[in-house]
Design a binder for this molecule. Structure first.
Ligand SMILES: Cc1cc2nc3c(=O)[nH]c(=O)nc-3n(C[C@H](O)[C@H](O)[C@H](O)COP(=O)(O)OP(=O)(O)OC[C@H]3O[C@@H](n4cnc5c(N)ncnc54)[C@H](O)[C@@H]3O)c2cc1C
Length: 478
């Protein structure tokens, strides 16, 4: 059902034109409801954004795996596509090669989103900071201001929920100019030669380290000068999925060799018989192929130390850095306690929250929660009931994590709410996991795990189709 004919005059306001806010605006407008999108850039910047574009990707250019069968984030991609996501449309149109991952040209990606929203007749873009709680006459608001919410608004929200927001650190990985990498030392190859969407199987630049070079590198990391902490930062924990490399090195000298520097699935064509002890991988960062980011190399080393230490990596001796790594603080609500199942703040239901400020983690997850917030808000404006998506779908599983839904019953006990990427652990277990393959043989080990993931994904897409067909939810006109 297209609802554009029932266009309502009172707009829904969205604060923040990032991944979540842009997707929410698109979904609302496509339901026939006017929307005003308030974005403070370029008038006021953040510590990480560099442009005035909507949906700017502040660090990596990767949307992670695009495998809808065996990867939870790949499944989320697929569900978003089926729900008319603008973010996924822009990502698909701006792919750059990245092995099994969906990576994008960041400028092209944001340009598509900015142009689509600017051109939409029901979207008004206001370049302004909302520096406190929105005016009372805004009866439906989505707050999608992200991990770097401006201080004035963050303070007002903290007062409203009378709870201390939790916080942790994320760190940014450096970006290197391709033409400064010594390709007589480095080589192009994807791990296990995986080609993935838009890839060739040779999408990463690999820099090999011998054991001696690796040991020297670890020493340099451990001794290197780090950015010092502010008082409020000393008690802020790290998010485990985004640990700085020097923190990984502190946890054990071999930790990096089993993480971002693992040498497995890679063979140096220049010396096929010499197995590197460790490998640094760089992934294409823009469509032109002129910039490559150092995969998993988030760091809080000082800029001077980064240049000095990273130039000890074979192939990067003359590396020129387009951007160096850095640190930032993240802020998110204790959502399971504060937010209802359609993302409204219990204490002030005219306010919905979307994106990373709800405690989901990552570009894709933020956009997916923006998609849901937009649909919930549009349905409410149109007085159409909208059930949340089933918890068996990736959208439902993520929403469940944020709002406390079904996970509580599986995982009884005290909750310590932490941001999380989508993963199969957030889905309700299968009634019956597959035990035999199509050949009738008993499944074991990895094959069994893959079959279980594939079954969860099939169930998700089936249940999403039923939800879409259910008739009691708003369908985007796209
Ligand atoms: C430094 C850094 C590195 C990251 N690296 C990665 C990564 O590599 N991969 C990944 O998947 N995720 C990464 N993340 C997480 C990433 O930010 C989120 O996944 C995603 O961008 C969050 O989407 P969002 O829409 O919630 O917030 P954002 O995309 O940050 O959008 C929020 C928007 O709100 C605007 N805004 C803020 N306050 C106000 C106000 N008061 N009034 C008006 N506008 C306002 C901001 O300018 C911004 O445009 C990183 C985050 C940071 C900060």
């Amino acid at each position: 059902m297209s609802l554009s004919a029932t266009s309502q005059s009172a707009p829904i306001h969205i604060i923040g034109g990032g991944l979540a806010g842009s997707e929410a605006a698109w979904q609302i407008a496509n339901c026939g409801v006017p929307v005003v999108l308030h974005e403070m850039r370029p008038l006021r910047g953040t510590a990480a954004h560099k442009t005035a574009a909507l949906a700017e990707l502040v660090c990596s250019n990767s949307f992670r795996s695009d495998d809808p069968e065996h990867s939870a984030v790949g499944l989320l991609h697929e569900e978003m596509r089926r729900l008319g996501s603008l973010v996924m449309r822009a990502a698909d149109a701006n792919q750059v090669p990245a092995g099994g991952a969906l990576a994008v040209d960041r400028e092209g990606f944001s340009a598509v989103i900015t142009a689509a929203l600017e051109a939409h007749p029901l979207v008004t873009l206001c370049r302004e900071e909302i520096a406190g709680l929105p005016p009372p006459e805004w009866d439906s608001v989505i707050v999608a201001t992200g991990p770097l919410t401006s201080a004035a608004l963050a303070g007002a929200i903290a007062q409203l929920v009378s709870e201390e927001a939790l916080a942790f650190f994320d760190a940014i990985a450096p970006i290197v100019h391709r033409n400064s990498i010594d390709m007589s030392v480095a080589w192009l190859q994807s791990r296990y030669d995986k080609s993935g969407p838009g890839g060739s199987g040779a999408d990463y630049i690999n820099c090999p380290l011998s054991r001696a070079r690796y040991e020297a590198f670890i020493d340099a990391l451990l001794d290197g000068q780090k950015v010092s902490f502010h008082d409020w930062e000393t008690t802020t924990p790290y998010f485990d999925g985004c640990l700085p490399i020097e923190i990984m090195a502190e946890r054990g000298r071999e930790t990096l060799r089993h993480g971002p520097m693992k040498p497995f699935g890679l063979t140096n064509p220049k010396a096929p018989d010499v197995k590197p002890y460790a490998v640094v991988q760089l992934r294409q960062d823009n469509r032109l192929g002129t910039l490559f980011n150092m995969v998993g190399f988030q760091t809080k080393l000082t800029h001077g130390e980064q240049v000095r230490i990273f130039r000890t990596i074979p192939g990067l001796e003359s590396a020129e850095f387009a951007r160096l790594g850095g640190l930032h603080r993240n802020t998110f609500l204790n959502s399971p306690k504060l937010i209802d199942e359609t993302l409204r703040l219990r204490a002030a239901p005219r306010l919905r929250f979307a994106g990373q400020i709800t405690g989901c983690e990552g570009y894709v997850e933020s956009a997916a929660i923006g998609l849901l917030a937009g649909r919930f808000a549009a349905a409410e404006r149109l007085a159409k009931p909208l059930r949340p998506p089933p918890p068996t779908t990736a959208h439902g599983a993520l929403l469940g994590h944020i709002t406390g839904g079904h996970i509580e019953t599986i995982d009884a006990g005290p909750r310590s709410y932490q941001p999380m990427n989508i993963n199969f652990g957030l889905f309700p277990p299968l009634a019956q996991s597959p035990t035999r393959g199509s050949d009738g043989l008993r499944l074991r080990g990895t094959a069994k795990t893959l079959a279980r993931k594939a079954a969860i994904s099939r169930r998700a897409l089936g249940d999403l189709a039923l939800w879409i067909a259910g008739g009691d939810h708003v369908l985007a006109a796209e």
